[in-house]
Design a protein around this ligand. Structure first.
Ligand SMILES: [Fe+2]
Length: 386
């Protein structure tokens, strides 16, 4: 099939009518002119080829049986000279085998003598419509290529940012990995479907990516933050959401990244959302985030014991945290699945958040390539930072 996208010209006005019988050729030409086309006529195949080489026709209508050069030979030359031009054959009853051969050789269609003008117009209209669809498909393909390229660039940028956040703050690295893991376990306990769990796990991995915009002196400060420093910290959910939002495969992750510091009672940031205005995924993320932040060792202090961590989270039930999510958190903590998931992750080969971001990039590329299957197995779970 020809590639119309490669052609600059999409002028669908000029038609070459080639027939050695003037009583067919001329009326067809007149009729097409009356319908708005610019028509050139040729008296045989050779005359037709000469004229075809000198002008830019979108359609050639040619008789099959002609002196000097047959319609089949003319078709072959047209295909060589300008393959995007469509060719329609005119046949007599005895030429049917030739007409079929012409279709095999790339002709668009044929009509048999005797024909009426409506048949001609119908065929020409179908050629014009087919070309319009080809043009639309070519444009869609071009845009898809552009989107694919920009998507890849965006994902590579996110991967670079994840790496940059890691190198900025060694705690953040392990934290982002573990929050994704914990959030997924809590989401499973709450009965969220696999697709939503995948989104929440990704949001866990990326939730603090906006810290790329937070100065190191604030991020690594061991003492109490000033009010101004705290305002700077509060920018990171919005910055993070802005980073991931343009990437189609991460589009659903962006609201979760933005909302992970919102509180059930509406005193969180950046939007002071309350209750169910906060997505359930973000409410889960909030607990996973705080649990890991409290329980993990930091450079300037050891992690809180598990009992103390649980107590703080329970104290936030109904104020900081959604009560139902707290209950589910407790449930999977008590049955061992929450902390067990970390051990499982270690056993699974310590796949890092960076690897998971790579997996997202691969998925985005598959989506762009038109892959329909979204049902990839979740990558092995991440391991905590040493
Ligand atoms: Fe955060």
């Amino acid at each position: 099939m020809s590639d119309p996208a490669a052609e600059e010209t999409w002028n669908e006005k000029r038609i070459l009518v080639c027939d050695d019988e003037p009583h067919i050729r001329e009326p067809v030409a007149i009729y097409l002119r009356q319908n708005g086309f610019e028509v050139t006529t040729a008296v045989d195949g050779r005359d037709g080829l000469n004229k075809f080489q000198k002008d830019d026709f979108f359609l050639v209508i040619t008789d099959i049986n002609m002196p000097q050069m047959t319609g089949l030979d003319l078709l072959a030359e047209v295909r060589k000279v300008r393959p995007t031009t469509d060719v329609v054959m005119i046949t007599g009853n005895v030429d049917l085998d030739y007409a079929i051969q012409a279709i095999k050789n790339g002709a668009y269609d044929y009509f048999r003598k005797p024909f009426d003008f409506e048949d001609v117009m119908l065929t020409v209209s179908r050629v014009v419509e087919k070309r319009r669809l080809q043009r639309a498909a070519a444009e869609a393909e071009r845009l898809r290529g552009e989107r694919s390229a920009s998507e890849r660039n965006a994902i590579e940028a996110v991967m670079a940012l994840v790496q940059a956040v890691y190198s900025k703050d060694s705690y953040t690295r392990g934290h982002m990995e573990r929050v994704g893991l914990y959030a997924d376990v809590i989401a499973a306990t709450m009965g969220l479907e696999a697709k939503r769990r995948k989104i929440i796990e990704r949001a866990g991995i990326l939730h603090d990516i906006g810290k790329i915009g937070t100065p190191d002196v604030i991020l690594n400060k061991t003492g109490k933050l000033t009010q101004e420093e705290f305002l700077v910290i509060q920018l990171h959910p919005n910055v993070g959401a802005q980073i991931v939002r343009p990437i189609s495969v991460l589009g659903e992750v962006a609201p979760l990244v933005r909302q992970h510091h919102e509180k059930w009672n509406g005193t969180g940031y950046p939007d002071r959302l309350a209750g169910e205005k906060i997505t359930v995924e973000a409410r889960i993320l909030a607990i996973a985030d705080v649990f890991d932040a409290l329980h993990s060792d930091r450079a300037y202090r050891p992690g809180l014991p598990i009992e103390k961590t649980i107590q703080i989270i329970k104290e936030g039930r109904g104020s900081h945290f959604d009560p139902e999510v707290v209950d589910c958190f407790e449930s999977c903590l008590n049955d061992g699945t929450l902390l067990g998931s970390i051990k499982d992750a270690r056993g699974a080969g310590q796949v890092s958040a960076q690897d998971k971001v790579k997996a997202m990039a691969e998925e985005a590329q598959k989506m762009m390539m038109g892959a329909t299957s979204q049902a990839r197995e979740a990558a092995p779970a991440p391991a905590p930072a040493p």
